[in-house]
Design a protein around this ligand. Structure first.
Ligand code: ZN
Length: 220
């Protein structure tokens, strides 16, 4: 069962609710999938059963076409946020980590063509592996983080939060205009370029520079 974890691996006393995600927050990723630049933030959710631990073997669907990596900086919220200012958002962030927004890309492409919602491509069980969280007070600047995904020892994604189109605080404030964020919500902040198919047996290493490195593999 998924629980939010502290850096030392101990469980946190916060409920497990859902992941709130933003699509198309890095120009380089918008370009690689030839998507349009959104006027408003593109927001979607992954329900609680999507959450799992990034340190455990990743179990991905094998009969639904390509399943892509999207490595993203994730923040954990510990207070309700409704019509929140960026200052209020900052006070409600208790941890910063990494998450994979696993995406069934072939399924998503068909949904996009039909203008349908993305749950079939993004909200399936175990589609959101999450790392332990670094206490927010150890992060000097949310917009100066560097993060990397290696697959079989090759760098596949290298992101810098400085290159986000919407800052983390701005996007969470914007989300709080639509719905109330709840304690335990995790916000995924968008993927940089370098998405690609994961295969059974792939060795995965993620790192948030200066803060955490984790290795795992895709179930074979
Ligand atoms: Zn994503």
């Amino acid at each position: 069962m998924y629980k939010h974890l502290n850096q030392d691996g101990s469980p946190m006393d916060l409920p497990v609710t859902r992941a709130l995600c933003i699509g198309r927050n890095y120009m380089d990723h918008i370009a690689e999938l030839k998507n349009a630049v959104p006027e408003e933030a593109l927001i979607f959710m992954k329900p609680a059963p999507a959450l799992c631990h990034l340190s455990e073997t990743l179990v991905i669907p094998t009969d639904k076409g390509e399943c892509h990596n999207e490595l993203e900086v994730a923040v954990l919220i510990n207070q309700p946020l409704c019509h929140a200012s960026e200052d209020e958002v900052e006070k409600a962030i208790c941890g910063v980590g990494l998450a994979l927004d696993l995406t069934l890309r072939d399924v998503q492409s068909k949904l996009k063509e039909k203008g349908h919602p993305w749950e079939r491509a993004k909200a399936f069980d175990l589609s959101c592996p999450v790392s332990p969280f670094i206490p927010y007070d150890q992060i000097s600047d949310l917009q100066a983080l560097h993060f990397t995904l290696k697959v079989n020892n090759q760098v596949r994604q290298q992101g810098e939060t400085a290159k986000m189109m919407r800052s983390v605080l701005k996007m969470v404030a914007e989300m709080s205009e639509i719905f109330t964020l709840q304690p335990g919500d995790i916000v995924l902040t968008g993927t940089p370029k370098g998405v690609g198919p994961l295969k059974s047996g792939d060795e995965i290493t993620v790192s948030l520079e200066g803060h955490l490195t984790l290795s795992t593999s895709v179930a074979s």
